[in-house]
Design a protein around this ligand. Structure first.
Ligand code: SAH
Length: 279
């Protein structure tokens, strides 16, 4: 809502909103982040005009970076985990670009779901073993005493396991808590949850935080009850459905002691991409 409003305001100011141009390939555009000759040598300009042009350049850079973030973000929501892994393997810089934009977006959220999950963990025994699926900057691992397996497509940190989370190197029934914080991005998201089910111990926790609009059936989002039913059919019971936050939903599940599969294929709802608007 807020995003929509701020977009309208900007549109009013600039009339023609710039589209993210597919021709602006992120790989090449990273060069734009480097200082230009003029910036390096401010003596070439009068101080006030250099100030003006540098703030203009900063604005342009921020706009470009925002465009790149939205392009990568859309890509991640519309491809499989395997495709996303190949995408980042080809150019790992894209991952940093994505995360810079992601942090910028998150800075506008009044409350971050990852902090709620950290709080949840801190209120429980630190002996619980955690797997953080799609860990990003590994904030969970950095803020709790528990043993945390941090998993993401790219690892900038030796403690992060880099892989597609539908196929992790974790042993079966080896973790107590599986976390998906804003990370059910791929079109094959069900395979991530199946992987979590495989690595979770019986009675283990599955904690999901997702962007609210993805579970808003009135706006093309998935039916949360259908999603919850699908997770339960995989061998879980629903433990919490919290829709109180404006930005995200929290869906917590507990793995059943004994998995009783009826052999029927599970019907997973489609989760629509979360497309961030220009700010
Ligand atoms: N959980 C973090 C980061 C969320 S951003 C937080 O709340 O701050 C979503 C993360 O999921 C990104 O870092 C992205 O790279 C990761 N991700 C998306 N699909 C993935 C996949 N198939 N395998 C591993 N990580 C994935």
């Amino acid at each position: 809502m807020k995003e929509e409003q701020s977009r309208k305001r900007r549109r009013g100011k600039h009339k023609k909103p710039q589209k993210t141009q597919p021709s602006l390939l992120p790989k090449h555009s990273t060069k734009l982040h480097k200082k230009t000759h003029q910036q390096k040598n401010p003596a070439h300009q009068s101080s006030s005009s250099s100030l003006k042009s540098s703030s203009f350049l900063d604005k342009m850079k921020a706009r470009l970076a925002g465009g790149h973030f939205r392009m990568i973000n859309e890509k991640l929501y519309t491809c499989t985990g395997k495709e996303a892994l190949d995408y980042f393997k080809e150019d790992p810089e894209l991952f940093d670009m994505y995360h810079a934009g992601y942090q910028e977006q998150m800075s506008h959220w009044p409350e971050l779901p990852v902090n709620i999950i950290i709080k949840w963990l801190k209120e429980r025994s630190s002996s619980l073993i955690v797997a953080d699926f799609g860990c990003g900057d590994a904030r969970v691992a950095k803020n709790v005493k528990n043993k945390v397996f941090s998993i993401d497509l790219v690892s900038n940190d030796p403690s992060v396991i880099s892989c597609d989370m539908s196929n992790t190197p974790l042993r079966p029934s080896s973790v107590d808590v599986a976390v998906f914080c804003l990370s059910l991005m791929g079109t094959n998201y069900a395979s991530y949850l199946k992987e979590a089910c495989r690595v979770l111990k019986p009675s283990g926790w599955l904690l999901i935080a997702e962007v609210k609009s993805r579970f808003d059936p009135n706006n093309g989002g998935a039916d949360p009850n259908m999603f919850s039913k699908a997770v339960c059919e995989m061998g879980f019971t629903s433990a919490l459905k919290d829709f109180s936050n404006k930005m995200f939903v929290l869906l917590y599940f507990k793995k059943k002691e004994n998995k009783s599969s009826n052999g029927r294929e599970i019907e997973w709802p489609e989760l629509k991409p979360c497309i961030y608007k220009r700010r």
